[in-house]
Design a protein around this ligand. Sequence first.
Ligand SMILES: Nc1ncnc2c1ncn2[C@@H]1O[C@H](COP(=O)(O)OP(=O)(O)OP(=O)(O)O)[C@@H](O)[C@H]1O
Ligand SMILES: [Mg+2]
Length: 284
Amino acid sequence: MENIILEGIETRGILKTKRKKERGRDKCSKFLKLLKTKHEEEPEIRPRRAKIIGVFSCKGGVGKTTTVCNIAAYLTQKLKKRVLAVDANLTAPNLGLHFGELEPKVTIHDVLSGKIPIQEAVVRRHGIDAIFGSIAFREEVHLVDLRAHLEPLRSKYHVIILDSAPGLGPEVMAAMRAADEIITVTNPLLPTVASTIKTFGAAERHKVPVMGVVVNKVRGEPFELSTANIKKALGWPVLTSIPEDAKVREATASGIPVVMYAPSSPGARRFKQLSEKIHQFLFS
Ligand SMILES: Nc1ncnc2c1ncn2[C@@H]1O[C@H](COP(=O)(O)OP(=O)(O)OP(=O)(O)O)[C@@H](O)[C@H]1O
Ligand SMILES: [Mg+2]
């Protein structure tokens, strides 16, 4: 009996000391929390899982690859996100060219043909992570399970952005199915806007959410459709309209995204604005 009472007192004593220590630790961790910025705390609370954003258009040459490389550059360098740009245009890949890479040594083609794991295909150009495509690759490869291929990289990035081929062929549809959200790029001309409706139709059929439309190469000519009319015709928000700007072409020819090549040019400013919007959409 005496032993039990003594044990009880002893246990209570240990418990008291334990509680005191815990209270001390609580105070200490509260104090440390106050010292930490929100940014420092974030990784513990939210494990990283990249959103896959696909950039599409029915017509070729409207500025998909230019959009992909500028969003990737600005999100990485200014908004400090971990971003991976991936060339999902297997037939005529040119994401590499927009980063000044003519003959990439490792490519998405090597991944899809089973030659290398996807982690080994990632290269860094101008500080931006990317997986390029091969213009010279001769074997037939398919994008069918691109989403599954990208899975091991999702924990390493905040955003994976896919550049796609034009049209609505099997390659494009495979890239669309790999995406969590899509952006379409159009020009302000009636035939291009009309074909953009088809891209939206495909997204709806495959239940891929649409973030909005980028209206690129705006010249301000009287026969161009206004942003309001494009919005009305497509039924999706216009994320930004980007002027036709010689600096953008010059940047592409130099293999540097225009947001880095000529950051204060009108085109670069709009690409920055677009990236800010995407950042807000994904992270706020
Ligand atoms: N706002 C702009 N002002 C001027 N030139 C632009 C603009 N946007 C893109 N370009 C130029 O248009 C050309 C085609 O752009 P890009 O390669 O991005 O098109 P794309 O849609 O990816 O083409 P494809 O369908 O063939 O893949 C490039 O030379 C690029 O520099
Ligand atoms: Mg392209």
